[in-house]
Design a protein around this ligand. Sequence first.
Ligand code: IMP
Ligand code: MG
Length: 184
Amino acid sequence: MITEVKEILYSAEQISARVKDLGQAITEAYQGKAPVLVGILKGAVPFLNDMMRAIELPLSYDLMAVSSYGAATTSSGTVRIRKDLDLAIEGRDILVIEDLIDTGLTIQYVLERLHSRKPRSLKVCTLLDKPARRRVAITPDYNGFTIPDVFVVGYGLDYAEEYRNLPYIGVLHEAIYKNGGERG
Ligand code: IMP
Ligand code: MG
């Protein structure tokens, strides 16, 4: 474990086991369908990569980038699309793959934008749910782990673009973001 991380919340093995469970649940729920997984860049990339291979269905995936955070550890509350989907999703079964739902503002915005394109169904699969700071009523359809109000990094999650490559999910030492970011 690196020194900037003060505690490991989920090991690579625990993540992998949970991904298998989620993949099985989604495989059963989407029988006879060919869903489109929509990964939210960049944080969801490792999760999308593992999830798509845990789902035993014909599927497509696409990527979308939205911004709301910058380097800070709290949401600014403003969301915009920085890279849109390439695939048309009208009439398709869409499963949004997200790294973490915190205030819910990002996922709410993504869902509004996708909903307007008239998919047949629209659901959310998040690796982590941090319900303590929720500002909108959003509950993920599939959730890897529910976590307390701590700032986590690893397995795609970053602080100022670092730590995304850690194979585990860990709590970042407050000292790391006390200087650069903001919190509270
Ligand atoms: P929301 O709009 O407040 O729900 O923010 C969701 C996004 O903020 C996530 O997709 C993450 O990219 C980022 N985020 C929220 N909490 C954390 C965290 O603890 N570590 C790293 N990124 C986070
Ligand atoms: Mg981020």
